[in-house]
Design a protein around this ligand. Structure first.
Ligand SMILES: [Zn+2]
Length: 264
């Protein structure tokens, strides 16, 4: 097995990594605070700085466009040590960006990766207008081009269609990135979703949320259940045979949820 998910090996106790659903809720809640003008900005204090000065436990990776109007910590109302942010123009996921994300996943235990595109993305606009882009901008344009090719005959707003297709493509690139990310996604340890930031309203919407594999879904639900059990310290209260019976019941219930539950 190529990936060892070192976080689990290194971190034996203390802080458990955030679950993907929990992390997604924190982002959504933060964006709601930002939208309603009730941003707390609580994570920017000297106390918070001191708290994370020697150790960090960010709850999500944001791979966003470098656009000056797209500020992950602000639009999600998060502070120091909360988000592991990787930014490239057009959120292009080349090796350095992927390596940075892998670091956050493997060494910091982050489980949710959000690819964040946005309205009126300039570099996507350059791509759809065609022509020869100067210098290394050409590399960025070439990386975005396959997304544009997919929607160039589609009805509607060409730029917006290309932006959304580019988000989807980046999610797919990360999801199939071997050896680390693809494997952890398949195992249900990591999730990648695509978001769209509206420059006018400030709202972030999830525009691409690929289905998890059945195995990944089952593992994620199972782990969620285990986290809940650990949190209520049920193990310390149910000894011996009763504990084993409880565990079997939990497994049966988990399997039923897995079979019945909607996937994705
Ligand atoms: Zn952009």
């Amino acid at each position: 097995m190529a990936s060892t998910f070192k976080y689990h090996l290194k971190c034996s106790s203390q802080e458990a990594p955030f679950d993907t659903e929990e992390a997604m809720k924190k982002l959504k809640d933060g964006n709601m605070r930002y939208l309603s003008g009730k941003a707390k900005s609580i994570g920017l204090s000297a106390e918070r700085r001191a708290e994370v000065a020697v150790d960090q436990h960010p709850f999500a990776v944001i791979l966003s466009c470098s656009d000056s109007r797209v500020l992950p910590e602000i639009i999600f109302d998060q502070g120091i040590g909360d988000l592991f942010v990787v930014r490239t123009s057009g959120h292009v996921a080349e090796n350095m960006a992927i390596g940075s994300i892998e670091y956050a996943v493997e060494y910091l235990g982050v489980r949710l990766i959000l690819v964040l595109g946005h309205k009126r993305c300039g570099v996507v606009d350059v791509t759809i207008k065609g022509g020869e882009a100067p210098g290394h901008i050409r590399d960025v344009v070439e990386a975005i081009k396959p997304a544009f090719e997919k929607v160039k005959y589609k009805q509607g707003d060409l730029l917006d269609n290309a932006i959304r297709a580019n988000v989807k493509m980046t999610v797919q690139i990360l999801s199939s990135s071997k050896p680390i990310l693809a494997e952890l996604i398949e195992d249900g340890m990591v999730r990648v979703v695509g978001g769209y930031y509206d420059l006018d309203t400030g709202a972030v919407s999830v525009i691409y949320n690929p289905r998890q594999s059945l195995r990944g879904y089952g593992v994620a639900k199972w782990r969620q259940g285990m986290t809940i059990l650990k949190n209520i310290k049920v193990y310390t209260k149910i000894p011996g045979t009763a504990g084993i019976l409880f565990l079997i019941l939990a497994m049966v219930a988990g399997f039923r949820i897995w079979k019945l539950g909607s996937i994705g």
